[in-house]
Design a protein around this ligand. Structure first.
Ligand code: PNW
Length: 457
């Protein structure tokens, strides 16, 4: 087990703009679809929470980077808010928005922390949503224009860019289930948005090849699907679920094909991609980011529209506060599967972590988030197992650095290794941050001890 982390393995933590920054309209920024979504009484999120303040990272960026340094982080994955840069989505550039990310990147580099920006983590400029958003084919050009602005501004300081974060969540949550911005519910739109997401990704990679000097990649959430039984129906349902959630995005980007099961999944909403669209989506990337949280066990169902597949809850297994089964072995399996299917491409874990109800802390003591400590140690060990089996994993980012706005679930679900008091905005590292610091210092060897230690306590 573990100890397998190569020299130079990159240890860091991740956040996303709308979840942590606050001040979404400051300094000339345009409105994003997330600002709209959280302020529209017909949509909103149950708690009424918004990103207006969030962790106030926008105003506390400098001291937050100092905190990252104290935690021993070697990399910080964050996202750039498109509407801070281009308030109307295209056209006029807002210098003050660029300045914020330049100051962030400079401060990170000065602290010896590698900046890992993602261009799109779900907060589309509302002005572009008014023009159809991800349903408009022109979005590939819009995204390319925005990407070019960022590359021109920061490619000297940034060496590794990601285009999209989790296109599946954007399409499924935003256009099929309506639980995320822009809150639509249409399987037809889901298919169109999915295709345009991957066209936009491809366009941003093309632009990078013209302007960039370092690396560009994309980040997928991968949730491996396990069949509930060996019956032909359950196996077929599992393949549909896997095609819809995992291969739908990775196949076009990395193989230039669409999974055949998607025809069945989408039914009349499916339209085959043209050769041009496939070619645009399939640009050579320098790395792939993988976000892993859980697996799911799948069975066939006659009533579960539209996929006729449904998850089977694993009674008796540990689940997080977001009801995700804790199943670290599947992380190893995901990485092995990825190399098997897509070849030997450098991989980064760009997100892995868990929401748990943290115990209250007594004065002076660290918040004893033992469940999170255990989760992180076991999953980092699972990454070590994949590396030992020859998978080229080059880094690991904890989700998340901070407790933050967990999208439609609001502030109640806490993923941070650093606690945020939403009254005072005070940051307090939890026990997991201390564990993670030791893991980083030992380049991963501290995980084995950590898992046993917490099991015993
Ligand atoms: C990711 N799923 O979202 C996002 O990148 C983060 O912004 C988010 O806070 C984090 O995971 C925790 O939820 C996901 O349903 C949301 O499979 C949902 C799923 C996966 C990832």
């Amino acid at each position: 087990m573990s100890g397998a982390f190569p020299e130079g393995f990159l240890w860091g933590a991740a956040t996303a703009a709308y979840q942590v920054e606050g001040s979404p309209l400051a300094d000339g920024a345009g409105t994003s679809i997330w600002h709209r979504f959280t302020h529209d009484p017909r949509l909103m999120i149950a708690s009424g929470d918004t990103g207006d303040v969030a962790c106030d990272h926008y105003n506390r960026m400098e001291s937050d980077v100092d905190l990252m340094k104290r935690l021993g982080l070697q990399a910080y994955r964050f996202s750039i808010s498109w509407s801070r840069i281009l308030p109307g989505g295209t056209g006029r550039v807002n210098q003050a928005g660029l300045d914020f990310y330049r100051r962030l990147v400079d401060r990170l580099n000065d602290a010896g922390i590698m900046p890992l920006p993602t261009l799109y983590h779900w907060d589309l400029p509302a002005a572009l949503d008014d023009r159809g958003g991800w349903l408009n084919r022109d979005i590939a050009e819009w995204f390319g224009e925005y990407a070019a602005v960022m590359y021109r501004a920061l490619d000297g300081e940034v060496r590794r860019w990601a285009t999209l974060n989790e296109p599946w969540v954007v399409a499924d949550g935003g256009y099929l289930n309506g639980v995320l911005a822009p809150g639509h519910r249409s399987i037809f739109e889901c298919a169109i948005a999915s295709r345009n997401l991957m066209r936009a990704h491809g366009r941003a990679v093309q632009v990078y090849r013209e302007l960039g000097r370092h690396e560009v990649g994309v980040v997928f959430n991968i949730e491996p699907k396990y069949p509930a039984s060996d019956s032909a129906e359950d196996l077929a349902a599992t393949a549909r679920a896997d095609a819809y959630m995992n291969r739908q995005y990775a196949d076009p980007a990395l193989l230039g094909t669409c999974p055949p099961e998607l025809r069945e999944v989408y039914g009349e909403a499916w339209e085959d991609w043209s050769q041009d669209d496939l070619a645009l989506a399939c640009q050579p990337v320098d790395f792939v980011g993988i976000n892993y949280y859980t697996r799911s066990v799948v069975r066939a169902s006659d009533t579960a529209w539209p996929f006729y597949a449904e998850p089977v809850v694993q009674e008796g297994a540990q689940h997080t506060e977001t009801d995700w089964e804790v199943f670290p072995e599947a992380m190893t399996r995901t990485l092995l599967w990825f190399r098997e299917r897509y070849g030997d491409i450098p991989l980064y874990i760009m997100e892995n972590g868990a929401a748990f109800a943290d115990p209250a802390s007594s004065a002076g003591a660290l918040i004893a988030d033992d469940h999170r400590c255990r989760y992180l140690a076991d999953h980092i060990a699972a990454v070590g197992d994949a590396i030992a089996a020859g998978v080229d994993v080059r880094g690991y980012m904890v989700w998340s650095l901070f407790d933050n706005l967990e999208w439609a679930l609001g502030y109640a679900k806490r993923f941070g290794i650093v606690h945020v008091d939403y009254e005072t905005l005070e940051r307090t590292p939890k026990k997991s941050a201390d564990l993670y610091r030791r893991i980083i210092e030992s380049n991963g060897t501290a995980v084995a001890g950590a898992a046993t230690e917490d099991a015993a306590s």
